[in-house]
Design a protein around this ligand. Structure first.
Ligand code: SF4
Length: 328
């Protein structure tokens, strides 16, 4: 039984999900840009959005970060940071060719999937990469072994797969997918490929699954679930879907509290609140203030997991920080 189920429903209340917001990979990526700005000075170029959150990107832009789509937009010899979603090997080569100083903020849990892809490709496996077509992380992972990897975009994609040898096939996945939908995709793949191997460890990361798990706990109690996050944030979008699948009567994604439509709250008794892994908690606090101003003052935090994981900053940045400190 969840904490939520033990509380009598009186008036307007908020069920606040925990864990929510920043994961270890996002925290590290944002800190990487901040520390690089302090160390090298503005401007610092960042290839793609460092994390998929509008507010974070705008805040870093105001501090002197310049976001670009490709390395060609970075002046020769300048510093470029690669985003948390990871890049294909050719992106490092392009950076070398332009004499860029590259700092890699790829989340170590994405790097883990890259390593798996390289290892299975070296063993000549067909790799079925479950993920969303065009997502930066998928582009980066697929770039590790394009001849061996085919994308499977959801359960329907499973029916289109063809492999060279059904005895030598493995599935891997994007880190930010719906846990349940991925299980469905894998089951569908296995019905066609019974010897399909699983990744050595879960590719969907701890932060994605923890945030989905707590939303599933609160959703059946909620008239509406508000997820703070940006539209291009895979794990934030998944949280709305998971909430609806788990029984929330409505679910909405907002970047900012001001986007909450009063009509969503009309007649609502319980509002669920959570946020994607790229969202700073002050945006959630603003949502709580917005709700409190509309009578939702009773806030109950529902905790389903404690997260203590942290990642150290990229080696190349740490080395320069150490050298700068020694020179002082
Ligand atoms: S969501 Fe998961 S994979 Fe992505 S940055 Fe966070 S911890 Fe890393």
């Amino acid at each position: 039984m969840t904490h939520a189920e033990t509380t009598p429903r009186t008036g307007k209340r908020v069920l606040l999900a925990k864990p929510r917001g920043y994961c270890a990979g996002v925290d590290r990526a944002v800190q990487t840009v901040e520390e690089a700005l302090k160390l090298y000075g503005a401007p610092i170029y960042v290839r793609k959005q460092i994390v998929h959150n509008k507010h974070v990107v705008q805040t870093l832009e105001a501090q002197g970060a310049i976001f670009v789509e490709e390395n060609e937009e970075v002046p020769e010899g300048a510093t470029v940071i690669f985003s948390a979603h990871g890049v294909a090997p050719e992106v490092y080569e392009q950076a070398r060719a332009r004499s860029l100083k590259a700092i890699d903020a790829t989340c170590p849990l994405v790097t883990k999937v890259h390593q798996e892809a390289k290892r299975f490709a070296a063993e000549d496996y067909d790799i079925l990469l479950i993920g969303h077509e065009g997502h930066e992380e998928v582009v980066g992972t697929a770039g590790e072994a394009p001849a061996h990897i085919q994308l499977v975009d959801g359960p329907e994609g499973a029916d289109k797969v063809t492999v060279r040898d059904p005895n030598k096939v493995v599935w891997l996945s994007q880190t930010t997918l719906s846990v349940d939908e991925t299980l469905e995709t894998v089951a569908r793949l296995k019905s066609r490929l019974p010897l399909l191997q699983s990744p050595p460890s879960d590719d969907i990361c701890y932060a994605t699954s923890n945030r989905q798990h707590v939303v599933k706990e609160i959703a059946p109690e909620c008239d509406v679930v508000i997820v703070v996050g940006s539209r291009n944030s895979s794990n934030s979008v998944r949280l709305v879907e998971v909430a609806l699948d788990a029984g929330a009567r409505a679910g909405h994604l907002v970047d900012y509290a001001a986007e909450i439509d009063d009509a969503w709250l009309a007649g609502a008794g319980t509002v669920g609140v959570t946020s994607g892994a790229s969202v700073p908690d002050d945006l959630v606090q603003q949502v709580l203030e917005h709700l409190a101003a509309r009578g939702f003052t009773d806030v109950e935090e529902i905790l389903t997991a404690n997260e203590r994981l942290t990642f150290s900053l990229p080696q190349e940045l740490k080395r320069d920080m150490k050298a700068a400190a020694a020179a002082r």
